[in-house]
Design a protein around this ligand. Structure first.
Ligand code: PHE
Length: 458
């Protein structure tokens, strides 16, 4: 194995740069597209509640685990497991992560491409060029999808080429505040429109009778996806982190930022749906459920924007889809950074060559998906809904029982002088060794029907 080419690894320039980059990875289509969709299809407030529990009780402890493994080893996910144990089996956890990253990125660029093409849909709609607007709204047009995925992958690769501080850190430091600004302005506007109150109520009022095993499984998967956990993205970002930083504190910032933005996105989307309804847009499917998934973002919201006057419509329509594209870009760069850092570290390849080759390879899968978007559902199920929690489970197991909590705490002490007497030190080991892995395992077994099979035996 070739050793790390330190010159091509890089480091974060500043603490805020790291936090914004990690929050940028976390905040993405997961927050603004997937989260409101999950809320809408899982009974509103009940889902929100379980989701919050999953983020704080499972997500946050796993995030600290990933960051500490990364910072200790200064390696990509595969190299990190190699460095911490001599057993040949454990680096497979890292391989699984890299594979999940590659597969998630392959469909993520297609969805991100849709969001970007909707910027043009809005412009042409308000310019009165309806046939152009319709063209940019076609989600199953393979050629159009292919072009937009290529644009997205190109943008991602070019940022990754800039490296850690000049590329990733600089780009996210600019994009994150702009994103939050646009989101807040839109919430402020929608909140006072007709129908908004019903949306708020549906979103915030938990109906406990809706809580079920599939809902919990969805909430857990959503927490992993949204926090970018389970595939080593944060092992990689942690590997560029200085020993001076307080890891649990940084992880808490990132978790709060991600959960906060998902929550805000819900505050925008749910009222916007009912506002659209008050304008005569149909927001329920034939079976009476709220429209979700691509219908939600790509039909209901444009219908809402189109019902506004030209100035308001173009401002909100264009900024919303630009916002979504930007959020997606800060996530795609972290998805590509995982396999890139793996190849840089383990095969001593230069960053430029690694990023371009891997980006091009993943683009080939994206192009296949562009022509058959029904593939997205199954890839998402295998590599994110199951794949990420599975990765998270293996990371908990590795940290708790192989590397050991004692070693991890020693690593976390750097940058956290008060660790010894902290509540964190008393509580985190319990979550990482027992609560989080058991909850994940139970949910995964439940999802594949194992638990009900066992129950039937008795
Ligand atoms: N967290 C990102 C989002 O919410 C997606 C992502 C998943 C990014 C896994 C990196 C790793 O959109």
């Amino acid at each position: 194995m070739a050793q790390t080419d330190t010159t091509d690894r890089g480091n974060w320039n500043s603490r805020i740069g790291f936090v914004l980059a990690a929050a940028g990875s976390a905040v993405g289509l997961g927050n603004i597209w997937r989260f409101p969709t999950e809320v809408a299809s899982n009974g509103g407030g009940a889902f929100l509640l379980i989701y919050l529990i999953c983020c704080f009780a499972i997500g946050f402890p796993v995030m600290v685990a990933e960051l500490s493994i990364g910072r200790k080893t200064e390696r990509n996910p595969v190299g990190a497991f190699k460095a911490l144990s001599s057993n040949k089996f454990y680096p497979l956890i890292g391989f699984w992560g890299v594979l999940c990253g590659v597969m998630i990125l392959s469909f993520y660029t297609v969805v991100a491409g849709w969001t970007f093409s909707y910027v043009f849909e809005e412009i042409f709609f308000f310019a009165g060029l309806d046939s152009w607007a319709t063209y940019f709204a076609e989600v199953s047009n393979g050629v159009k999808n292919g072009i937009f995925s290529t644009i997205f992958m190109g943008a991602t690769v070019s940022i990754i080429l800039g490296g850690v501080s000049d590329g990733i850190e600089r780009a996210t430091k600019f994009m994150m505040p702009v994103l939050i600004g646009i989101l807040m302005i839109m919430i402020g506007y929608v909140a006072f429109q007709p129908g908004a109150a019903t949306g708020f109520a549906e979103y915030l009022k938990p109906d406990f009778s809706q809580i079920s095993a599939p809902l919990i499984f969805s909430a857990m998967g959503q927490a992993f996806f949204s926090l970018s956990l389970g595939m080593g993205a944060l092992i990689t970002y942690g590997s560029y982190l200085s020993k001076k930083e307080n890891v649990p504190e940084a992880a808490a910032f990132v978790t709060l930022a991600d959960v906060g933005i998902a929550f805000l996105a819900g505050l925008l989307i749910m009222p916007a749906m009912y506002m659209a309804e008050s304008f005569g847009v149909n927001i329920f499917s034939e079976s009476g459920e709220l429209l979700a998934s691509s219908d939600l973002i790509f039909q209901v919201l444009p219908a809402l924007f189109h019902s506004l006057n030209t100035t308001a419509g173009i401002i909100f329509g264009v900024s919303f889809f630009l916002l979504l594209s930007m959020a997606a870009l800060t996530s795609t760069i972290s998805l590509l950074e995982v396999p890139t850092s793996y190849v840089i570290d383990e095969y001593n390849v230069k960053r430029k060559k690694a990023a371009i080759t891997i980006g091009a390879g993943i683009l080939i899968i994206s192009l296949i998906i562009s022509f058959d978007i029904s593939l997205i559902g199954s890839i998402d199920f295998i590599f994110s809904k199951v794949g990420l929690p599975l990765g998270g489970f293996l990371i908990c197991y590795f940290l708790g029982y192989v590397w050991t909590v004692k070693n991890a705490l020693e690593e976390l002490e750097h940058g956290y002088p008060g660790l010894d007497s902290s509540i964190f030190k008393a509580v985190w080991p319990i979550f990482i060794k027992f609560l989080a892995p058991l909850a994940i395992l139970y949910n995964l077994l439940e999802a594949i029907g194992f638990i009900s099979y066992i129950e039937q035996l008795f």
